[in-house]
Design a protein around this ligand. Sequence first.
Ligand code: SAM
Ligand code: SF4
Length: 331
Amino acid sequence: MTDSPRPTLLDWSNRKVDYLRISITDRCNERCAYCMPHDLKDWQEREEILTYEELLRVVRIAVGLGFRKFRVTGGEPLVRKDADRFIEWLGATPGVESLGLSTNATLLAPLADRLRAAGVRSVNISLDTLDPETYNRLTRGQLETCLGGIDAAVAAGFPQVKLNAVLMRGVNDHELGNLARFAHERGAILRFIELMPVTTTEVLSRENFLSAEEARILLGGELGLTPHEERLGHGPAVYFRTGLGSIVGFIGAMSDLHFCDLCNKIRLTPDGKIRPCLGNHLEFDLKAVLRAGEDDQAVEAVFRSALGLKPREHDFREQYKPGRHMTAIGG
Ligand code: SAM
Ligand code: SF4
């Protein structure tokens, strides 16, 4: 960690960008219906995936440019061999001020204490339902395993545990209150996310879409909600306090017309592309530069090009057709 003054990185529209999401694998041990097709077979080849050494070099250069906040994601990051060791190295990298992990929690239990000790501050866990059958239908996994991981995360004492539920009409719209109670009992922040067109599966139909506003009305009717003015990090969620006293957030990626105004992040895909916006196909090939043996300035130049063309807003409302699945890009 360092206290020296750090550069501020702005994109072309003057948004401060200091957050890099690093996807370390496109593979996953679950098959969430909204994230990838159940029978997906076109995995990225191992040699196409950036090595941990390459990733750590990129992080060191990103820190020098002004990035402060990093999140490891996937696919399911914990399926990659030695993901815990990589996260330890990342946590020990000077200038990494905030370290997060996004996971489905199914492999988290035995690693939670170690990851906490490695400096992981914030763990985001997917949990769309508390019904074992629905969970299995949606993810092809076992709810029990996920819940074990959530309990381990809570017991490990990460400063922030967030549960992410993708909103789906007719699937989990009757569970919003139960999910909020579950999160409250564990001191976790629950966030409801609007379904985004990031893969090609049938679940992404208009009929399945449930807006953040409708969810707010449903949950407000059940538990009571009052606006929570304080921002929690720089994310795009709008937060409320429930009648239970807990905090819930709503991520209106599709319906909130100001969703992109404060966007502070870019993504690094497992195969080494910088993707400035999830909802735009534009990508910049960092791996080619890394593997051509170029110096750090050349790597910095790729970051600067990506920021110079970071879309002002996503294209999800513009008949967007997903190119790569969410798992190939990184959640
Ligand atoms: N495997 C980890 C997990 O499940 O948290 C990390 C990767 S996952 C792609 C990251 C986040 O993306 C999860 O919270 C998941 O719910 C969200 N996600 C995936 N597909 C989505 C979709 N179509 N719409 C909205 N959120 C989605
Ligand atoms: Fe895997 Fe996460 Fe996608 Fe589910 S949301 S399929 S757990 S990467």
